[in-house]
Design a protein around this ligand. Sequence first.
Ligand SMILES: O=c1ccn([C@@H]2O[C@H](COP(=O)(O)OP(=O)(O)O[C@H]3O[C@H](CO)[C@@H](O)[C@H](O)[C@H]3O)[C@@H](O)[C@H]2O)c(=O)[nH]1
Ligand SMILES: [Mn+2]
Length: 661
Amino acid sequence: MFVPTADPVREPPIMVVNTVLSLLAVNYPANKLACYVSDDGCSPLTYFSLKEASKFAKIWVPFCKKYNLKVRAPFRYFLNPFAATEGSEFSRDWEMTKREYEKLCRKVEDATGDSHLLGTDNELEAFSNTKPNDHSTIIKVVWENKGGVGDEKEVPHIVYISREKRPNYLHHYKAGAMNFLARVSGLMTNAPYMLNVDCDMYANEADVVRQAMCIFLQKSQNQNHCAFVQFPQEFYDSNTIKLTVIKSYMGRGIAGIQGPINVGSGCFHSRRVMYGLSPDELEDNGSLSSVATRELLAEDSLSSGFGNSKEMVTSVVEALQRKPNPQNILTNSIEAAQEVGHCDYESQTSWGKTIGWLYDSMSEDMNTSIGIHSRGWTSSYIAPDPPAFLGSMPPGGLEAMIQQRRWATGSIEVLFNKQSPLLGLFCRKLRFRQRVAYLCVSICVRSIPELIYCLLPAYCLLHNSALFPKGLCLGITMLLAGMHCLYTLWEFMCLGHSIQSWYVSQSFWRIVATSSWLFSIFDIILKLLGLSKNVFLVSKKTMPVETMSGSGIGPSQREDDGPNSGKTEFDGSLYFLPGTFIVLVNLAALVGVFVGLQRSSYSHGGGGSGLGEACACILVVMLFFPFLKGLFAKGKYGIPLSTLSKAGFLAVSFVVFSVGN
Ligand SMILES: O=c1ccn([C@@H]2O[C@H](COP(=O)(O)OP(=O)(O)O[C@H]3O[C@H](CO)[C@@H](O)[C@H](O)[C@H]3O)[C@@H](O)[C@H]2O)c(=O)[nH]1
Ligand SMILES: [Mn+2]
């Protein structure tokens, strides 16, 4: 079980340990599980929190199993009201566990404020004089399960790792961390399946591992080889209806072709597949074919593929041959694990190219997914109710824009890298419809036409030219546009969402398309010109405030939390420039009509603009309504003067250009 984290400020350690605790407590023999936490932030606080959590785990895990709890992330569990008779055994256990959890929270909180409280342990020595981007590899076995048998009270292994980082070295962000996790876990426990969750995505279903194993074991009986089992990403905070709807239709549809796309979290991978195996290298019973044995297990190809560590190569051979793992003593592997964490361990190897999580895109999840499907594997989708994993999502505003920009940059990179679904025309193993599905998902390049469509009505109105065709063509256009609107609305309503949430979602996608997605195109151009490198900025994650008296509902899924809630926060960042510009231009065009700046004939007969163009302008303004509100609001909800003046300058230029043309 892999949990990557990268920044103790944007990803609070108490959240990371909640995810870890939820994984440690799943219904599965503890001696068959291990939890590895990769810390790209190299933070002593994260390590300290994990160590404290490992102590609490010895109370938490037995408590969860004894009472067969449904929710096994403590923060979430204690949001629910206490429901038992006073004085019962359960109530005593509950009180004690809650007290211990509160103690854990307090310790982490205190240590956050005061680094002296982290302790003067020798153990923390490894963190002295380190910087997040400049330090050597740190490997700590936080807790080793020596029980041997799958006792209910046992806690699985917990290992903290932080790979070496040096300035001037490419670290490949999450994908690099995942590959290091794969190597260290290969050396220490070498389990045939690996679960990957983002550090905020706690397990919300205690049987999740069993569910995934069912699929793997069932699929290995037939030719329909399953490379990974993906659970949908669901969120406990903010308004994610717009994503849920896409997932419900597109996600499930794609799952029916060659299998769901890997979304980076909530995914169980087969280790052998991540080590580059293809289905045609297997016999019917799942063992390596004789050709594959000869080719894959040749010593030269192993060390050029997996790197120079002998221990690593041995563990890879064992994994590929599906040899059962003897129970190792974890601490014996620390030295070998340090070696595979060196900055240059991967150079001249196939890590990130054909092995492990692939590097040539910011969206390592989709990229890796295409690599796997292109080899002919299928994948499986399970969407249990309640969801198997729940995480945090930026609520909107700047954070959402940054995340969308990263996703868009990543998906454009996928379009143009060497295993692009565009080139996939020649790869028969990536099925045609699956390829189309990948193309649909990476459709962010449509930001340019979207921007043009947002400006065209204003241009036509100012220039006094007609936007819409006439006669039959107009009818057909209106019919198609109307059908599309009604269809998307119907999709929302079928899932029980309101018309308002449909409108909020339409507005969100227009805003994102004309800012984040647009900027991602610039990112790619700058990268191609060698002028800048893309950076993975970790999304800020929040945990709901604990209300012990809570109603049990927890954080609400309010529909008005989106960009149209009137709560959009603005700052001077460039992300808000395109939206402000679009609103100003459209307002200027509308005002122009009313004050008679141009000789609008209000008829299509004259070939000039008219009511249709004015309505289109109003529609655009409505879609960018948060910006309209921002023009008049004050404080953080108002658009700052710097953005306003830049947008104003652009808008005036646009008006002059349109009128004068
Ligand atoms: O240098 C890095 C950067 C990120 N992460 C981890 O990667 C995960 C995902 O990062 P997050 O900021 O939460 O990104 P999201 O946009 O929310 O994540 C989605 O999109 C990413 C690709 O853009 C995928 O990697 C994720 O799995 C997917 O959930 C987190 O656990 C981070 O700690 C690292 O370990 N190292
Ligand atoms: Mn996330």
